[in-house]
Design a protein around this ligand. Structure first.
Ligand code: FAE
Length: 530
């Protein structure tokens, strides 16, 4: 344990033991103390409450550091009547971050709806050749994600990440730490073997086995007992209707607002401020940062412009959000020392979606979320590919399966700051690797088991122009060091997907992002916080 932690913990202990005496002494106002110099001062500020932000906030709170979390989105609390989130089939304003029509990626399956612009849970950012989806609420991506909590393959990890990241330690120490906090578990055998809701999983696994491919039943951040209650009819049906991307009304999804974030608040040192959208950040002295914030209403009106201040500033606004804040702030002359790699090294995690239809087997009238298995095609002739067995909740028998494929795509894009929009543009050209890899695998599955690629309604065969997995922009070893410290600045850190070099090596990213955040904040608290 570091000297700092020991001292800080003792400080808290002595404070509570000394009782009144301690309170009196702390009441003597030190006019040079930062909380008296700067409005809205916390020792630490975390921007964003997704995986990187939530891990960081908890560990700072546990270390006794007064921390404010600034989150642009709303906090959504599970309503026992099952009406917290927008339904999947008829999306309403709660589904989308300031849009007026559905942003569902597979539009043919969603009835066209229009609604008022509102601070909904899922953001779609449209760039040339690539649409990026991300969470926009307290809990960030964990509220809209599929709960897939999967570690990269060792060899693939080594092909993407620098050797400075000790992968064995991530796997043995930090991934278990994250999983324990989230409370993850694989699909129970009875649901896997017998439930009609998971028939699609069994069909997908048998087809993979026919090609000799390994199937992994990975840990999921879902409460499987609650899914059983949904099936039994004693709880709001939500997962079994296929809900994922706009939130799960039964509460079965173990999003960060059910674990890390309340744990952070219960330290008594962490405060979360929803609907606080950070505009830019500024180093105002060698020691302190100013964070300019718009406090917004759920309808998007700016209610107040406010400045927050801190000594330690942690960015957890996600790959797009963090990169945007750093680039905008650099452009405005607020953070000029950040090096020229900022905005580079962005990747889509080699992600692509594809469907198999026309299967001879039935795959289930209702295909329940969450996804629970993945097929490993590591010898794919184009690129190693891992195929998530996703669910397609149509409510009728489609004899079809839908997959999210993750490939080891070397393609990287970069952002440029656009002064006219005061935003960042992504420079990205698809190279065809994700599409070719997944199609190669699907063609082999179809050749052996029957079925065709795509061909249901107007769905394109393969979608490689959208990603749920934006990664990079302030990459480790380039813009930041190997613990997320932004080069050129003290006490400024990137804790989220922006730090990742464009790919999490054919794995869905949340576990890698959260595991790295656990690793990095541990080091930062030990070495940097005085
Ligand atoms: P993230 O979780 O996106 O959090 C960023 C937070 O910052 C958000 O709460 C934002 O609202 C907030 N923010 C942004 N800008 C600002 C600002 N200016 N001021 C204040 N706050 C701001 O970042 N991954 C998996 O591993 N398994 C899955 O099953 C899976 N399914 C997914 C399904 C969908 C539909 C989507 C969109 C993503 C999915 N992902 C999945 C990806 C995963 O959610 C994503 O990699 C992580 O959430 C990224 O974590 P970060 O901490 O980088």
């Amino acid at each position: 344990m570091s000297k700092y932690n020991y001292t800080r913990r003792n400080f808290i202990k002595i404070g509570s033991l000394a009782g009144v005496g301690f309170m009196i002494s702390s009441c003597k106002k030190d006019k040079n103390a930062p909380e008296n110099l700067f409005p809205n001062y916390s020792e630490a500020i975390v921007i964003g409450s997704g995986f990187g932000g939530a891990v960081t906030a908890l560990r700072l709170g546990e270390a006794g550091i007064k921390t404010t979390v600034l989150e642009r989105g709303q906090r959504w609390t599970i309503d026992p009547n099952g009406n917290t989130f927008s339904p999947l089939a008829f999306p309403d304003k709660r589904s989308a971050w300031f849009e007026t029509t559905s942003i569902a990626p597979l539009n043919p399956f969603v009835l066209p709806t229009t609604f008022d612009s509102y601070a909904g849970v899922l953001e779609r950012v449209r760039y040339d050749n690539m649409d990026v989806y991300a969470g926009s609420c307290v809990g960030g991506g964990s509220v809209v994600y599929g709960g897939i909590t999967i570690a990269p393959d060792d060899n693939l990890f080594a092909q993407i990440f620098p050797s400075e990241i000790d992968y064995q330690k991530l796997k043995s120490v930090y991934f278990p730490r994250v999983k324990q906090m989230l409370g993850t578990a694989p699909i129970p055998q009875d649901l896997l073997n017998d439930s009609d809701y998971f028939k699609f999983v069994r069909v997908g696994a048998s087809h993979a086995a026919s090609l000799g491919l390994d199937v992994e039943y990975f840990d999921s951040a879902y409460d499987w007992d609650l899914i059983k209650e949904e099936i039994e009819g004693t709880r709001t049906a939500s997962s079994i209707n296929g809900d994922i991307i706009y939130g799960v009304n039964s509460g079965a999804k173990k999003s960060l607002d059910q674990n890390y974030l309340p744990a952070a608040e219960s330290t008594g040192r962490v405060e979360i401020k929803p609907l606080h959208q950070v505009v830019d950040i500024q180093q105002i002295t060698d020691e302190y940062y100013k964070i300019n914030v718009e406090v917004i209403s759920a309808e998007g009106a700016v209610l107040e412009e406010k400045a927050f201040h801190c000594k330690y500033l942690f960015l957890g606004a996600g790959s797009i959000g963090t990169t945007k804040l750093l680039m905008r702030s650099k452009e405005k002359g607020y953070l000029t020392l950040i090096n020229e790699t900022l905005g580079q090294g962005w990747g889509s995690n080699g992600a692509t979606m594809a469907m198999r239809s026309g299967l001879s087997e039935t795959t289930g009238v209702k295909q329940s979320s969450p996804s629970s298995s993945a097929v490993y095609d590591l010898n794919n002739p184009i690129s190693p590919t891992v195929l998530d067995m996703a669910n397609i909740p149509l409510g009728f028998e489609c004899n079809c399966l839908i997959h999210l494929g993750l490939t080891l795509d070397p393609n990287r894009g970069f952002f440029t700051y656009n002064p006219s929009s005061d935003d960042i543009d992504l420079n990205w050209t698809n190279n065809g690797v994700p599409k070719a890899s997944i199609e190669d695998l699907i063609n082999r599955l179809n050749a052996t088991n029957g079925g065709v690629l795509g061909e249901l309604f107007t769905l394109p065969e393969t979608k490689d122009d959208l990603t749920y997995h934006p990664l990079g922009g302030a990459v480790m070893g380039e813009t930041c060091d190997f613990y997320g410290r932004v080069k050129g600045y003290d006490n400024l850190y990137v804790m989220d997907g922006a730090l990742i070099p464009g790919s999490t090596a054919c794995a869905n990213p949340s576990l890698t992002i959260a595991g790295l955040a656990e690793r990095n904040i541990e080091k930062i608290i030990q070495e940097d916080i005085t």
